[in-house]
Design a protein around this ligand. Structure first.
Ligand SMILES: NC(=O)C1=CN([C@@H]2O[C@H](COP(=O)(O)OP(=O)(O)OC[C@H]3O[C@@H](n4cnc5c(N)ncnc54)[C@H](O)[C@@H]3O)[C@@H](O)[C@H]2O)[C@@H](O)CC1
Ligand SMILES: [K+]
Length: 499
């Protein structure tokens, strides 16, 4: 699903109105109904609801929401900012609401009343039309709402947060839930914004998505629909060679578990065969834990010192648990120089690269690098001030290096060599556990070996990893799940998307 800017969404609104011969007021009513559908499912009738509405169409949504909630028996106290003129749809909903209940006007800060405890708040002050710093009466209301302990539900976006770029001002609603219309906005994906957005949820307001076909966006959201189109069925007439042969160069003394996790994930993702090149001391461990894997044994017991024969493999992954011994670094250099096809590069291999930045030119184009934020900082040779800077540095690096960067975290960003970014939709905080990255490397390498393009292998891999993590968390809990559970729940992904 494309992620559109506020201006592009407005374009889509107009397209929908024209295509369906409906007014903007009717579309606003749909948005209000979609919000209320979510809201009534997740709240009870018991608490009074204060609805704060601004002068634009976000405020119009708030007023329409208030009407709908009153009709459903909720006790509602609405407020309208009247520091200037209202948009026509906002005014239309205000006169409708005023026939049902008294609406308190807020013209200046003096009109603000004390907000009691134990109510629910709907924030419909400012939406995607925000185009300047928030000051004056809007800022005063936002501060007052944020100072209470009440649960806050933001309509479309938390008021004060721009949809497409970070805000510099302080007056931004800190919502518990953001109910966003039709598609996620770019700002919902930045970790620094979690305090403002809370948990966010997409509700369908029936915009005609074919109107977005020609709209160009550098950002997209990898949801289940995308994956259903991407994933291929396994052919009936197949043998293990059909599904690719993976070489994994991994492990060092004390970190053989990483090699095991990645190798097992390669197999659980459906590759036909995996050969793991490990130091000698890991043989019993890996052979016992994964009898299905073939071993290539390094002459050194503790670290990888020799590059095995790389011919005949459909994909090669390097880095998990390797350590950064100088001999191991030499192996990485040799692999980079002698490879033509894209590689999957993770963990120790990324740190070795960060220490040897001149090797970057040897990385085969379209290779997949899977750094977590700290590893990206080391690769970039700088500290990032915030997640916006981090994302933009990743885009710059992916373009410059002509590689795919999988920037790991909530909504993992898969950044293409073109600069296009695909945010992932699956996963939970339980994935932030030791070994989870090793599992991801295994999954991506496996998809690559099965003939998916590097771009698809990265997006599929990240989605499947998150999906398996969600399935694991349902049974084992977010805190209680461990990396090997992600591997064990990978079959859930294939049952739901391939079978
Ligand atoms: N466009 C449409 O057809 C639809 C829009 N919808 C709603 O409309 C919202 C967008 O509405 P608008 O474009 O009217 O904009 P907003 O309601 O977000 O903003 C209202 C007005 O506030 C002004 N403003 C901007 N920044 C300000 C600031 N810092 N301080 C004070 N005033 C400021 C703007 O000039 C704008 O006219 C969406 O977020 C969504 O909630 C939905 O009803 C669905 C349909
Ligand atoms: K809002």
């Amino acid at each position: 699903m494309k992620i559109l800017t506020a201006a592009q969404i407005h374009q889509l609104d107009l397209y929908t109105q024209e295509a369906e011969h409906i007014t903007s007021l009717a579309l606003m009513e749909r948005a209000a109904e979609a919000f209320v559908g979510w809201f009534t499912k997740h709240t009870s009738l018991q608490k009074e609801i204060w609805v704060f509405c601004g002068r634009g169409n976000n405020g119009g949504d708030g007023l329409a929401i208030a009407c709908l909630l009153i009709n459903r028996g909720y006790k509602v106290k609405p407020f309208i900012v009247k520091s200037g003129p209202l948009t026509s749809d906002c005014a239309a909903n205000l006169s409708r609401l005023e026939k049902m209940v008294a609406v308190t006007s807020i013209v200046t800060e003096e009109d603000l009343v004390k907000i009691p405890a134990n109510i629910l708040i709907i924030d419909a002050l400012l939406g995607s039309g925000l185009n300047r710093e928030v000051t004056g009466v809007y800022a005063a209301i936002i501060d007052k709402i944020n100072a209470t302990e009440n649960k806050v539900y933001a309509v479309d976006v938390p008021s004060g947060l721009y949809s497409d770029y970070p805000a510099k001002h302080a007056a931004i609603i800190t919502a518990d839930h953001t109910i966003t219309f039709q598609m996620p906005k770019l700002m919902l994906f930045l970790s620094d914004h979690e305090a403002f957005t809370g948990a966010w949820h997409i509700v369908d307001i029936g915009l005609k998505m074919e109107g977005a076909a020609d709209i160009v966006s550098d950002y997209s959201y990898t949801d289940a629909a995308v994956i259903h189109k991407m994933i291929r069925k396994r052919p009936v007439f197949s043998h293990k060679g059909t599904f690719g042969k993976v070489l994994l160069i991994a492990g060092s003394k004390g970190m053989m578990g990483a090699a095991t996790l990645a190798a097992k994930s390669i197999l659980r993702t459906g590759a036909g065969l995996v050969c793991v090149h490990i130091p000698g001391s890991g043989v019993d461990i890996v052979q016992t834990l994964i009898p299905e894997a073939i071993l290539s044994i390094d002459p050194n017991k503790e670290v990888v010192t020799v590059l095995p024969d790389i011919d005949g493999y459909s994909a090669i992954g390097i880095g998990v648990g390797l350590g950064e011994h100088p001999y191991t670094a030499d192996v990485l250099e040799e692999l980079l120089v002698s490879s033509v096809d894209p590689l999957v590069i993770d963990a120790s291999a990324l740190n070795i690269l960060a220490s040897n930045p001149h090797w970057i030119t040897h990385i085969p184009p379209n290779s997949i690098l899977t750094p977590h934020p700290r590893e990206l900082e080391r690769l970039a040779g700088m500290k990032f001030q915030n997640s916006w800077e981090r994302l933009h540095k990743a885009i710059e690096m992916a373009k410059k290096m002509q590689v795919i960067i999988v920037l790991k975290g909530a909504y993992t960003a898969v950044v293409m060599p073109t600069g296009v970014v695909h945010f992932n939709s699956t996963g939970n905080s339980g994935l932030a556990t030791a070994g989870s990255g090793d599992v991801l490397t295994g999954i991506i390498t496996s998809f690559l070996a099965q003939g998916y393009s590097p771009a698809d292998a990265a997006r599929l891999g990240v989605f499947a990893h998150g999906y398996a993590g969600d399935a694991a968390a349902e049974v084992k809990s977010k805190a209680g799940m461990i990396a090997s559970d992600i591997t064990e729940y990978l079959p859930m992904f294939f049952l739901d998307f391939e079978e």
